[in-house]
Design a protein around this ligand. Structure first.
Ligand code: ADP
Length: 444
């Protein structure tokens, strides 16, 4: 089985969110299951471009061109993003062909890669005649909706613009195009797939996905236990389920000192690591922070993203000493938060899969999460975490208070932590599901 895996971010080469984790891990597991796999991504300026995915024998295929050199940072500049990612889609096919790599499956991810199946169909090439395309949607909210004009106006994409052009059609939606043209569509958890089937969280692509419901499946992400493992984590003092109590206390002290909470370990610490966007639940978290100010909980938030939300969070943290907010992208601090917090907050409005709750559990940190998407598939209410009854301030306050009750009962706390640590969200299981799907697709 030959697979070309295409993503705009691939950890550890370039990562900003969960897609980077997935694109850096799933190919590794597929490779160890015997798949001949290559990864395609843009070559970004100032980012190292190793020939192989670090730590593996997986060859990387880069598209290296000025229009993609900074496109990862220009995602919000429509003219640049549309041209950059359309060009990327076309060039990755050309480069793959030039290398003589004839994939059975091209596994594309999110809107950035959505034009690939369209281009394959619009310009049939015998080289790709047997190639099938799987689109995995990691987030339905981001679709890449642009004026076709941008493509038509740029010499490098005018050809693609002409292929996409239809009279009276002003816009092209890259994700929707992918949904319509791919041979199969998946998303990153069974529960999120069922939400989309039930007309929730589709954000306009739900309808096109439902039209193809027989070719649509949810496969749960895993996490990379080579990276997220308190026993081998280079950023913290090692601990495991047996040395949990001492290990957590050490990690908590290190975290508290780092974020200015001091040495008193008596209060529960809630951590959060997330992109700072509406989706992640700041609509309820911000009022709850006001409500719980000066109360017996500490909360540390690490994230980067929308300025309006970030500045509100920073102001709250300046006012109240039981909160710490770091607006930056910081892998090391993220590891410290996963390891050193008692609880982990994921109050998302919607969550296709969510990795942070699974990572937290690996460190014996108990998640407090919304009742949506992959959070429902991964957190067992009362056993491995707390699910909000509903997405509201009251729902969040209640879940936090359930957590603090457990915190006050050391026996319950340690039992829950151990159960969390024993969960295995292994990629092997998901990789098997992808491999079955590839096999099924390539038979047709
Ligand atoms: P999403 O894909 O919506 O961003 P996920 O929960 O699937 O959310 O994945 C988020 C990943 O990005 C996790 O590995 C998390 O640790 C990481 N991450 C998010 N924000 C930051 C940050 N500011 N600093 C370090 N890591 C971050």
């Amino acid at each position: 089985m030959k697979v070309l895996f295409v993503s705009y971010e691939v950890s550890p080469i370039y990562k900003r969110g969960g897609l980077g984790d997935v694109a850096g891990t799933l190919p590794k597991i597929l490779k160890s299951s015997g798949v001949d796999i290559r990864i395609g991504m843009p070559a970004y300026e100032g980012v190292a471009h190793p020939h192989m995915l670090p730590g593996t024998q997986i060859p990387m295929i880069y598209v290296d061109d000025p229009v993609v050199a900074n496109v990862q940072k220009e995602k919000k500049i429509p003219a640049k993003a549309s041209v950059g990612f359309a060009f990327f889609c076309q060039e990755i096919l050309k480069k793959t062909k030039k290398l003589g790599f004839q994939p059975d499956i091209i596994h594309i991810n999110d809107w950035h890669t959505g034009l690939i199946p369209f281009l394959l169909h619009a310009q049939p090439d015998p080289f790709f005649a047997r190639t099938r395309v799987l689109l995995t949607i990691h987030n339905t909210k981001y679709q890449g909706i642009f004026r076709i004009k941008y493509l038509l106006d740029h010499p490098k994409t005018v050809g693609i613009g002409n292929l996409l052009y239809e009279p009276h059609k002003t816009y092209v939606n890259y994700l929707r195009t992918g949904v319509q043209e791919a041979d199969y569509i998946s998303t990153v958890s069974p529960h999120f797939a069922s939400e989309i089937r039930h007309k929730k969280f589709g954000f306009g692509v739900g309808g096109p996905i439902r039209k193809r419901r027989r070719k649509f499946v949810g496969i749960l992400n895993g996490i990379d236990y080579d990276e997220w493992n308190p026993k081998t984590d280079q950023y913290i003092d090692s601990f495991d389920a047996k040395t949990l109590t001492v290990g957590k206390a050490q990690a908590k002290l290190a975290l508290q000192r780092e974020v200015g909470f001091g040495d008193d370990l008596s209060l529960p610490v809630f951590g959060m690591v997330a992109r700072i966007v509406q989706q992640k639940g700041f609509d309820i978290l911000i009022p709850v922070l006001e409500k719980l100010r000066g109360k017996s909980v500490r909360i540390v938030i690490l994230g980067s993203g929308q300025k309006n939300i970030s500045s509100i969070l920073e102001k709250i943290a300046q006012k109240y000493s039981n909160y710490a907010v770091r607006i930056t992208y910081d892998e090391k601090l993220a590891h410290h938060i996963y390891a050193g917090s008692d609880f982990f907050l994921v109050p998302s409005i919607f969550e296709p899969c969510g990795l942070t709750q699974m990572i937290a559990m690996a460190y014996g940190t108990i998640p407090v999460v919304s009742r949506v998407g992959g959070l429902v598939d991964t957190v067992d209410d009362g056993k491995t975490g707390f699910l909000l009854k509903h997405h509201s301030e009251a729902g969040l306050v209640e879940a936090i208070s359930c957590a603090t009750d457990v915190y006050a009962d050391s026996e319950k706390l340690i039992t829950m932590r151990r159960v969390c640590m024993s969960q295995k969200f292994s990629w092997e299981k998901s990789a098997k599901a992808y491999l079955n799907l590839y096999t099924q697709m390539s038979k047709k």
